[in-house]
Design a protein around this ligand. Sequence first.
Ligand SMILES: [Zn+2]
Length: 117
Amino acid sequence: MNDKSFSCPVCQSPFGYLSGIFLICPECAHEWSHEENISLESTEEKSTFYDAHGTPLQHGDSVKVIKYLKVGGETIKSGTKVKSIRLLDQAVDGHDISCKIEGLGSIYLKSSVVKKC
Ligand SMILES: [Zn+2]
């Protein structure tokens, strides 16, 4: 038996039990999906990106680079504007932003070296 107990979202009974992928409340017979609860929690924790000042970043934001960076032999000056950034679900070598910079093409940046415009 599963010794975890789940409280019913309808009547708050603590005796909900797992049956397949559903949870069932013995008191009001409400059924709800266990999977839903899990994915809801994980999306809240996931995909939060912050710039160097702790401002949340989103897909398509414009940012400014706040550090002098070297990328593959090219240099990016502090203050360079970057339009429509893409936030990566999986960081590439610690870089969590993909973007295009005029004259340089597609590059990766770290969210810790940019500031939201
Ligand atoms: Zn219930």
